[in-house]
Design a protein around this ligand. Structure first.
Ligand SMILES: [Zn+2]
Length: 95
C-alpha cells in the first residue's frame, strides 16, 4: 500500500499508509488534532528493488549527463564475426 503525506494548518507533517483506492483527502493531525490535508508528493522510489532503482537512476542521468564513449561500442581493430557463408551476402551493402 502506498504511503501518503498529510500536512495540517500548523505545518505538522505526517504519513499514513492507505489503500491506493482510498479517497481520504483529509486526516486528523496526530500532533495537534487539527485537520490535515493530503499532499501530492514524489513516490518513494527507494523502496524498489535495487536493479529497478539502478535502471531508473541511469535513465534519469542519461537525460542530462549521457555516458560519453571515445569509440563506437563493439568497434575496434578486429573484424566482425562472419554470420553467413553464402557468397551472395558479401555483395550486400554495408552500413
Ligand atoms: Zn498539526
Amino acid at each position: 500500500m502506498p504511503v501518503y503525506e498529510f500536512r495540517c494548518e500548523s505545518d505538522h507533517l505526517h504519513e499514513r499508509v492507505l489503500p491506493i483506492a482510498a479517497e481520504e483527502r483529509t486526516a486528523p493531525c496526530p500532533d495537534c488534532g487539527g485537520t490535515s490535508r493530503r499532499l501530492i508528493s514524489a513516490p518513494g522510489l527507494s523502496r524498489l528493488a535495487t536493479a529497478q532503482a539502478r535502471a531508473i537512476s541511469a535513465a534519469e542521468d542519461s537525460a542530462h549527463a549521457p555516458a560519453v564513449v571515445d569509440r563506437v561500442p563493439g568497434a575496434g581493430d578486429r573484424r566482425p564475426a562472419r554470420i553467413t557463408r553464402d557468397p551472395r551476402h558479401a555483395r550486400l551493402p554495408r552500413p
